[in-house]
Design a protein around this ligand. Sequence first.
Ligand code: OSB
Ligand code: MG
Length: 372
Amino acid sequence: MTIERFRIHRLNIPLVRPFRTSFGTETLRDVILVEAVSSDGISGWGECVTMSWPGYSYEYGDNAIHVMENHLLPALATVADTDDPYEVRAAMEVVAGNPMAKNAMSTAMLDVWLREQGESLAHYLGAVKDEVDCGVSVGININESVDELLAEVAGYVDEGYRRIKLKIQPGWDVEPLRAVREAWPTIPLQTDANQAYQRSDAQHLASLDQFDLLLHEQPLEQDDWYGHVLMSQACQTPICMDESIHSVMSADSALQFGACSIINIKPGRVGSYLTGKEIHDLCLERGAPVWAGGMLETGVGRAANVALAALPGFTLPGDTSGSSRYYEVDVTEPFVLQDGRLPVPTGPGIGVDPLPDVLREMTVWSTDLTVT
Ligand code: OSB
Ligand code: MG
């Protein structure tokens, strides 16, 4: 395999409804797709899951493109003809941080490599399932109306979602959780605070135990390891980390310290699907459940996330929702829920391709990067 060039495609795709979290509101997804093209003319694809502003993490679209063009491209030129995806990952270590940019470029290369061999990403990673259980992440209601929230959740329950995750923040927690729990007494339910609480909120979060929750995702700041230990001790509901986990080492530390007992795995946050798999392997060995996070991906990122979610340790439903949860028109053939599950793609590589017409219509900017 020799990678000759990359093409970065930037698309603007409206979300079907605004997505409000404790760090901001998104109405238009600033999508970045990376295409790697081999000397045989095979294209592979990776999605850069940055948002347009640094809210969830310091990475954001403009910065990621800058890092890809100026720093990752020369690093990857040194491994353009390797047959070892782990060498690709190692070559990117000259760049500190920036996992979303790294994941986008290296996944595009991995996709080319797998397509050339005719192997699916799911098979390569060690998938054991041919479909995965799907959950849905429900934003803070834009009008802070519990009735509107219930109507939104009712739609997802009717579509068959197997787990509901409510975005929470101080002032939007007890009421929405109580309402959803009363309306659906047995549905698996969890929260995601995106770092919005303080250590001093431990008793308040413990009071949410009454709603019989699967987990609380990232209640405190990402660096507050000790605070998460205290939170884990205060709550019956298990604590799960998202933003804090960047590597196998941080996953190991989190479990060893008792900062959390469950981990959300997002390849964009940890820099590659290979690292995502390694965190999965560690957690499986430790008996800690993992689940596949999401970043409002198009079908390109979704396909790869669903492949990862088919590994044996992914025992909780992921934020792997159907395309219609996010977009009227997806970039690929839409992912459609069947009985609350999505099928794991079986074709070579990620198993899906952007639809040329949709790509053309939605692209607002693109650039070619030649590997020299
Ligand atoms: O914290 O998990 C998160 C979306 C964007 C940024 C961060 C998060 C999320 C989600 C949505 O919760 C998950 C999805 O459905 O893709
Ligand atoms: Mg999260």
